[in-house]
Design a protein around this ligand. Structure first.
Ligand code: SF4
Length: 282
């Protein structure tokens, strides 16, 4: 059986650094809190929790004077202010690419309406909105564009600045960009496609591999948006796609007559889990 493993499968640079910094923090300190899961991967989270990491979902649950990790997704400006008020020491693992978006939207928000193309409620999008201020809107699908335009009209602004959630699908972004230009015809629209390169490269590689294999294995957390996107891409090109979290989700007999298997993993999947899956087919 031939096994093709994506070169870009697994942790992206931002997530790798966030996990490393979190691991260092819990190894050296007590009372380290994290706002949400540092990475959407059950095994990594369990290992960090075993070392003492406490995951909470609201800063009000972080005691005064403790240490708090900000994830690679980033947080809104308000969280930094609240942490300061509560004398919480921030261990900031916000990815550099996300920080650049925060700075850009903050600057543009002085004279522009901000559109974030991304998933409503996604932590990174919420963080970016926190820097964009009140005159901002999330566009997730074409259905949102008219509402975004109505919001924009109410602001009295003439400029629109568009950014993307770093892990948003590149092709879906391109469709929405066109629609925004069509609907905001009288506005001065600047589009900044802030999709992270590593996401695009991974998605492209996933597309290529899934076109040439009998079975496509996509590895990652069930709540990982970028992994689910890899599953969607694979489903378009391959009839047999397995969305799994670990090697224990696989059954050897299912692959008895298989000639070619592809393996791709989301940005939050650690190397050891990918290796176990590769070994399963060897
Ligand atoms: S996907 Fe890109 S932007 Fe997001 S954490 Fe990874 S490296 Fe950073």
């Amino acid at each position: 059986m031939e096994v093709i493993v994506g070169k870009y499968a697994g942790f992206c640079g931002g997530v790798k650094l966030a996990v490393q910094k979190t691991d260092e923090a819990v190894t050296k300190n007590e009372n380290v809190y994290c706002l949400g899961e540092v990475v959407h991967n059950k095994q990594v989270i369990e290992s960090l929790e075993a070392k003492g990491l406490k995951i909470v979902y609201d800063i009000k649950d972080v005691p005064n004077g403790s240490k708090m990790i900000i994830r690679a997704h980033g947080e809104s400006e308000k969280i930094y202010e609240t942490a300061h008020e509560k004398n919480i020491e921030i261990i900031d693992t916000t990815c550099g690419n996300v920080k650049v978006i925060h700075n850009k939207v903050k600057k543009a928000s002085s004279d522009s309406f901000i559109i974030v193309i991304g998933e409503k409620g996604h932590p990174e999008v919420l963080g970016t909105l926190g820097f964009a201020g009140e005159n901002s809107y999330v566009v997730e699908s074409e259905d949102d564009i008219l509402d975004a335009y109505m919001e924009f009209e109410n602001t009295g602004l003439s400029k629109v600045y568009v950014v993307a959630q770093t892990t948003f699908s590149s092709s879906a972004f391109d469709i929405l960009e066109k629609e925004i230009y069509t609907n905001f015809i009288e506005a001065d629209v600047v589009v900044d496609k802030t999709i992270c390169n590593s996401t695009e490269i991974r998605q492209k590689e996933c597309e290529e591999i899934s076109k040439e294999v009998d079975y496509m294995i996509v590895v990652g957390g069930k709540n990982s948006a970028n992994t689910r996107k890899l599953v969607d891409i694979s489903n378009k090109n391959c009839d047999s796609v397995f969305f799994i979290q670990t090697v224990s989700d696989l059954n050897k007999e299912a692959f008895d007559y298989t000639k070619k298997v592809g393996i791709m993993a989301g940005a939050s999947t650690p190397e050891n889990i990918i290796k176990e899956i590769v070994d399963f087919f060897m």
